[in-house]
Design a protein around this ligand. Structure first.
Ligand SMILES: Cc1ncc(COP(=O)(O)O)c(C=O)c1O
Ligand SMILES: N[C@@H](CCCC[NH3+])C(=O)O
Length: 418
């Protein structure tokens, strides 16, 4: 979290003390660093050098339109999974010719919208979807550019909930079925075979699952070429992990060079797309929260904070670890081991177990590595309004999403007539 650092005992995002953000927008609140986001994107882009490539940021990781707009300005493409995400990309000025569309359940309406928007590639996840797309493209009188998302049956060695490229997962098409699906696609009048896509999972901290999957993909590319089907782009998915708690994932350079070397070793010369989400956004944000109360049972100390599992559900859903650190380090309180818990009426509403913290009611805490799959997965459980999002840029604070209001919470709800 290079762009979040202590100066004179206070945690800053770039040049802004986080207490100032809390004063301005209250807590809980998400705070992102523009420099961090751009730095991460550029690290991947630079790693490719002159090698033809497109970085398709995975919108699901953090879909705030300010972030999409910053990345669009850098020349990013986007990986989307719904019409809503495509609409966000378009609203943020993203280029549809750099959009790849993944997802196992694309509806007829979503496919129509994607074709009308001229996305680069629809990543097909089943033979049934291929038939549906052919019909939709024919009805619109257009040609759909596709990749087939293959499932290489590789273990990404990550949490089972975020493993996507194993045979038992719902994602993609198995290798044998994919070969047949490509042959079928090749004969379809409104389908143009463009690429091959593969995404094996998320928070991957080793190079080998990526290179294992790549080998399988490249063998398929060669097999298809022998059958007269020329692949024009390799979409190698996302998944590069980040440091939450001492993990040591490959650096951008190491990851990208492994991909380029793998492709070259097969004598294949094709542009590469990647779909990173967490790598770009994860360590570019924190969630600020205030201690409401401390409470001491015989065996436990609780720091009860104003953010809950509805604001940040990764710990509850995946037992994920997020570092929790004080915004000011000058507390006069004694350090104690706390379970940091939220206001939600669930026992799983824990942001962190047994954290050594010196704190008292009113203190501000930063929950780290909260830029990806954090606000994006927030919800209104317990009728809690979702927190604001703030982008720090140098010494500037920009509110990029206001705190939800109670009126917004119930808009759309109606009582029955008398
Ligand atoms: C198809 C696809 N692409 C890209 C991503 C982004 O993954 P990550 O945030 O791990 O880079 C995901 C999420 O795992 C995904 O499902
Ligand atoms: N939501 C997951 C990542 C899912 C990736 C989407 N395929 C997380 O928070 O780690």
């Amino acid at each position: 979290m290079t762009f979040f650092a202590y100066h004179a005992g206070e945690l800053y995002a770039e040049q802004v003390p986080l207490s100032r953000v809390a004063q301005q927008v209250g807590t809980p609140a998400y705070v992102y660093s523009r420099a961090a986001i751009e730095n991460q994107w550029r690290a991947l882009d630079d790693a490719f050098g002159d090698y033809p490539h497109t970085i398709c940021y995975a919108v699901k990781a953090n879909s705030n339109i300010a972030i999409l707009n910053l990345l669009a300005r850098l020349g990013s493409g986007f990986d989307i999974v719904s019409e809503g995400e495509l609409r966000r990309v378009l609203a943020a000025g993203g280029d549809p010719s750099k959009v790849v569309y993944s997802g196992v359940a694309k509806s007829v309406h979503e496919l129509e919208f994607a074709l009308k928007s001229n996305v680069r590639s629809i990543n097909i996840e089943s033979v049934a979807e291929l038939h549906r797309l052919q019909a939709v493209a024919a009805s619109l009188g257009v040609t759909a550019s596709i990749a087939i998302r293959v499932n290489p049956d590789v273990d990404p060695e990550t949490h089972p909930y975020i493993s996507t490229g194993m045979e038992k997962a719902k994602f993609g098409v198995t290798m044998e079925a994919a070969f047949e699906a490509y042959k079928l696609a090749h004969t379809m009048p409104n389908i143009e075979v463009h690429g091959i896509a593969c995404h094996i999972g998320s928070q991957i901290t080793k190079t080998s699952p990526f290179t294992d999957a790549l080998e399988i993909v490249l063998n398929m590319v060669k097999r298809l070429a022998q059958a007269g089907i020329q692949i024009q782009q390799l979409d190698l998915g996302g998944g590069l992990g980040i440091n939450y708690q001492g993990e040591t994932p490959p650096a951008a350079d190491e990851y990208v060079q492994a991909m380029i070397a793998g492709v070259a070793a097969h004598g294949i010369d094709l542009p590469i797309a990647i779909e990173p989400g967490r790598y770009i956004a994860g360590n570019s944000g924190v969630m600020l929260t205030t201690v409401e109360y401390t409470k001491h049972n015989t065996s436990k100390n609780f720091a009860i904070v104003d953010a809950g599992m509805n604001d940040l559900m990764r710990p509850a859903l995946y037992q994920a670890h997020h570092e929790i650190i004080p915004v000011r380090t000058d507390s006069s309180a004694e350090p104690v081991s706390y379970d940091v818990v939220g206001p939600v009426c669930e026992s799983a509403d824990v942001l962190g177990y047994e954290r050594e913290l010196a704190l008292q009611s009113g203190d501000l805490l930063a929950v780290c590595s909260a830029g990806a799959y954090s606000f994006a997965m927030s919800n209104n459980y317990n009728s809690r309004t979702r927190p604001p999002e703030v982008m720090v840029d140098g010494d500037q604070i920009h509110v990029i999403r206001r705190r939800e209001t109670f009126d917004q919470l119930i808009q759309g709800e109606r009582q029955l007539p008398d």
